[in-house]
Design a binder for this molecule. Structure first.
Ligand code: NAD
Ligand code: 0WE
Length: 263
């Protein structure tokens, strides 16, 4: 398919070949898009460069989304290289390890501010610059998780940040809609990525969901990529401000089916 022929996408949040952003990059590349990558910390360069090579991507720039100078730098370079862009992918999140390990009630002012800055405000900061490079309209997409809506053990301050992120999607969609720019989120089920590897008990969580989702399995990066393709192509031209669930149906359940070995 060539759903993104002639379109340019800037992707933030690529860390390695397990990243959700990589699933998205592959789906976009297979559909004819021109891509630009940005990564969060200098140490990731050696991981991201080979991936860029695989998809013939020659725009690869570092960008710490807490730094306005970094963001300005990437978008200035993107304007020089591409002129305009059509798609912005935001696949970035961070909270301090302590804040995910402990109790939410103990979240510090500092940790709260950091999680919301990196995981929620950064979408607004990127949207400000990206919208200026979308004279013909475009599509912005971010990644969220069900912990924004329901309290999930240890997701803690990230849940608060994702709630702010999802609200930001709606306000950005309202503001940018008149310019032909759509803004949406994918709420993904748990997937084993670098970010997830840092979470104690993540494997157990994957097993828990795989036994209870309506589809009795988890989702993968390629499934997020294919839904991202739909949300960033003209196939979804009437959709904005929406959160689309790619979670094998987990969020529709009021009470999950008990597993076989349930007492
Ligand atoms: P990942 O570790 O591959 O991606 C997270 C990215 O955030 C990394 O590339 C990291 O460098 C980047 N990042 C962190 N701080 C940054 C900063 N200051 N500046 C720039 N970049 C920074 O993990 P992932 O699971 O692919 O996560 C991508 C997105 O998907 C996140 O928003 C995450 O919350 C969301 N998500 C993940 C899951 C899951 O189970 N893996 C489920 C739902 C949503
Ligand atoms: O958004 C996330 C995780 C994002 C994340 C991961 C880390 C690990 C390393 C943010 N900050 C950090 N900081 C670190 O130091 N997910 C949706 C994956 C995830 O994380 C959970 C989950 C799920 C799902 C944490 C607790 C419970 C469920």
């Amino acid at each position: 398919m060539n759903l993104l022929e002639g379109k340019t996408a800037l992707i933030f949040g690529l860390a390695n070949n397990k990243s959700i952003a990589w699933g998205i990059a592959k789906a976009f590349h297979q559909n004819g898009a021109t891509l630009g990558f940005s990564y969060g910390i200098p140490q990731l360069e050696r991981r991201v460069m080979p991936l860029a090579g695989d998809l013939n991507v020659d725009f690869v720039e570092p960008c710490d989304v807490t730094k306005d100078e970094d963001i300005d730098d990437v978008f200035n370079k993107a304007e020089k290289r591409f002129g305009s862009i059509d798609i912005l992918i935001h696949s970035v999140a961070f909270a301090k390890q302590d804040d995910l390990a402990g109790r939410f009630v103990n979240t510090s002012r500092d940790g709260f501010a950091m999680a919301l800055d990196i995981s929620a405000y950064s979408l607004v900061a990127l949207a400000q610059r990206a919208s200026g490079l979308m004279p013909a309209g475009g599509s912005m997409l971010t990644m969220t998780y069900y912990g924004s809506e329901k309290a999930i053990p240890h997701y803690n301050v990230m849940g608060v940040a994702k709630a702010a992120l999802e609200a930001s999607v709606r306000y950005l969609a309202m503001d940018l809609g008149p310019d032909g720019i759509r803004v949406n989120a994918i709420s993904a089920g748990p997937i084993k990525t670098l970010a997830a590897a840092g979470i104690a008990g993540f494997r157990k969580m994957l097993r828990y969901t795989s036994e209870r989702t309506p589809m009795r399995r988890n989702v993968d990066q390629d499934e997020i990529g294919n839904t991202a393709l739909w949300l960033c192509s003209d196939l979804s031209s009437g959709i904005t401000g929406e959160v689309v669930y790619v979670d094998a149906g987990y969020h529709i359940l009021g009470m999950p089916e008990p597993p076989e070995n349930w007492e």
